[in-house]
Design a protein around this ligand. Structure first.
Ligand SMILES: Nc1nc2c(ncn2[C@@H]2O[C@H](COP(=O)(O)OP(=O)(O)OP(=O)(O)O)[C@@H](O)[C@H]2O)c(=O)[nH]1
Length: 384
């Protein structure tokens, strides 16, 4: 009795924990969706944002540590920290809401790049002897922007960065030549300019390579679509070809019916009106049959003037009624370019798949039923 109660308590506890964990997971998924959305492109952009925000945070934390050691003025670090936090959160909001704002990627990248440059100028101004380290930030700005900007736009941004940093250096060496020796500032500037222009050039080349790769990938993707279409479609009638129908038959697991449909006296049409007229009849019949298909049904050109229809989850009685309605509908089939009085008819043999027999056996029975329909005078539907 006691054991049973204990087991009951355990089950209840397990159920309770299960529900709680489920709710926590659901809440977590909602928060993640709210924060970074579901669109992969948006998520990628927010990943870039997160990388730069982390860099700002690291940078400001390091400066705070240095300010505690008396190397950097406290108020300068606080100001820069607030400015960086404000900028980072503004850009998060802009990127997150951009689906509604509609800002172009290069506009967003340029704004972020310019913000990065001003952070760099500020950091250079307050870091005293550590200022050389802040110059690395300019390279990050260039590389970050290369994802969204064209090479020329990246170059313009790099020039803006150099102008900003150059002005900052010039101002400091004019104001305080003791701590900012003009020669040191000049050499630093030249090295920084050389590095950032080289990085701009290299990222520009990388961008061109990426664009070329993208163009090639698009060509390959389009070629794959064409190859797939050619491999699965009958060129004349645009319905599936035999190979594709065989794939569909292989994939079909449940009960189904097949209908083998053969145009009557097609040789006569060819002989009397010419091969092109025969082709037009094939196209018109295929078009009419395809238009009559229900969702899930499939149609293929099985041979010369023969079509195979796959009717999943359909009984023989239902299939008979369905194909019979298609047959009756042929009475008003008009073939473009041919005498309107020409009546095109077809005969059809039906068979239902028995248990899980291979479809080749079902199609064989449908073929026999078709033969019977032809023998019985054509223009009719017979079930096996
Ligand atoms: N125009 C055209 N004719 C084709 C094509 N493929 C096969 N055929 C012709 O279709 C004809 C089929 O003739 P048969 O098998 O004798 O059949 P039928 O004249 O329809 O006779 P029944 O089926 O017994 O009513 C042949 O003359 C083939 O040359 C095609 O793509 N275009």
């Amino acid at each position: 009795m006691r054991d049973a109660l204990l087991a009951n308590d355990c089950d209840e506890m397990q159920g309770y924990l299960h529900t709680r964990i489920g709710r926590v997971m659901e809440l977590r998924a909602r928060v993640v969706t709210l924060a970074i959305g579901t669109d992969p492109k948006l998520r990628r952009m927010l990943t870039y944002w997160a990388a730069t925000a982390t860099l700002y945070a690291l940078f400001v934390t390091l400066l705070a540590v240095e300010s505690a050691a008396g190397m950097v003025p406290y108020h300068g670090v606080l100001g820069l920290g607030l400015y960086a936090a404000l900028g980072a959160s503004t850009f998060y909001a802009l990127v997150r809401a951009n689906a509604h704002l509609g800002l172009r990627p290069h506009t967003l990248a340029t704004l972020q790049g310019l913000f990065g440059i001003t952070c760099n100028m500020w950091a250079y101004s307050i870091t005293g002897p550590l200022r050389g380290a802040t110059l690395m930030g300019l390279m990050v700005v260039v590389v970050f922007c290369t994802f969204a900007l064209r090479p020329r736009q990246t170059l313009l941004l790099a020039v803006c960065g150099l102008a900003g940093m150059g002005a900052t250096m010039w101002w400091h060496q004019m104001r305080d030549p003791l701590h900012y020796p003009p020669r040191v500032e000049a050499v630093t500037f030249v090295i920084m300019a050389g590095c950032s222009l080289t990085v701009t050039f290299l990222t520009g080349e990388m961008n061109k390579l990426r664009a070329r790769l993208k163009a090639k990938r698009e060509i390959v993707e389009a070629a794959l679509v064409t190859i797939r279409l050619l491999a699965t479609t009958d060129e004349l009638t645009s319905v599936s070809n035999r190979r594709h129908m065989n794939e569909l038959l292989d994939a079909e697991q449940g009960p189904a019916c097949v209908a083998l449909i053969d145009i009557d006296f097609f040789k006569q049409i060819n002989d009397r009106h010419g091969h092109a007229a025969g082709d037009a009849v094939l196209r018109a019949v295929a078009h009419r049959l395809r238009a009559g298909l229900r969702p899930g049904d499939a149609l293929a050109r099985w041979g010369g003037e023969e079509f195979l229809m796959l009717l999943p989850a359909t009984s023989l009685v239902e299939a008979h009624a369905f194909v019979e309605s298609l047959r009756a509908g042929m009475a008003d089939l008009a073939v473009p370019g041919l005498d309107a009085r020409l009546r095109v008819t077809f005969s059809a043999g039906l068979a239902a798949r028995q248990d899980r027999e291979p479809f080749s056996a079902t199609v064989n029975r449908a073929d026999k039923a078709l033969y019977a329909a032809k023998a019985a005078g054509r223009d009719r539907v017979i079930g096996a």
